[in-house]
Design a protein around this ligand. Structure first.
Ligand code: TYD
Length: 133
């Protein structure tokens, strides 16, 4: 599986503007249990810095942009997330970091599970041990 998997959503736009529809087990490749969004991020703040044992997510910048780093323990890649039509699929056991949030950025995340702190790995050395074992 490649590290960066974009999910391109076709806009149902017309002369009035754009419309995006997300459906579980359709253009979102899992059952949706939770949606959250990150906004009003202060300049210079970076977020994330964790992996999940089981959770799968798709993230979109529905306004503005940010840089997304994904790391599977062997490779690390940085991509720009800058469109409401372009999601990034974050698989379980992928370390993620978000940097360089633009002013007005709204990062919306679609998640496969309810919030569960015990699913997080927040220590990078622990992540490397678990992903490489
Ligand atoms: P965190 O996952 O650390 O955010 P980020 O990865 O963007 O840096 O979450 C920040 C806080 O919000 C933390 O105390 C956990 C809490 N939280 C919830 O209660 N529910 C949620 O769905 C999420 C994503 C976070």
């Amino acid at each position: 599986m490649s590290l960066i998997n974009f999910i391109d959503i076709k806009s149902l736009g017309d002369s009035r503007g754009d419309l995006i529809s997300l459906e579980e087990n359709g253009n979102i490749p899992f059952s949706i249990k939770r949606v959250y969004y990150i906004f009003n991020t202060e300049q210079g703040v970076a977020r994330g810095f964790h992996a999940h044992k089981a959770l799968r997510q798709v993230a979109f910048c529905i306004a503005g942009q940010c840089e997304f780093i994904l790391d599977d323990g062997k490779n690390r890649q940085t991509v720009l997330l800058d469109s409401p039509t372009k999601g990034i699929l974050i698989e379980h056991m992928q370390w993620r970091e978000m940097h360089n949030f633009s002013e007005g950025c709204i990062l919306m995340v679609i998640a496969s599970e309810h919030y569960d702190e015990s699913d997080y790995i927040r220590d990078y050395e622990q992540f490397l041990r678990e992903v490489n074992q």
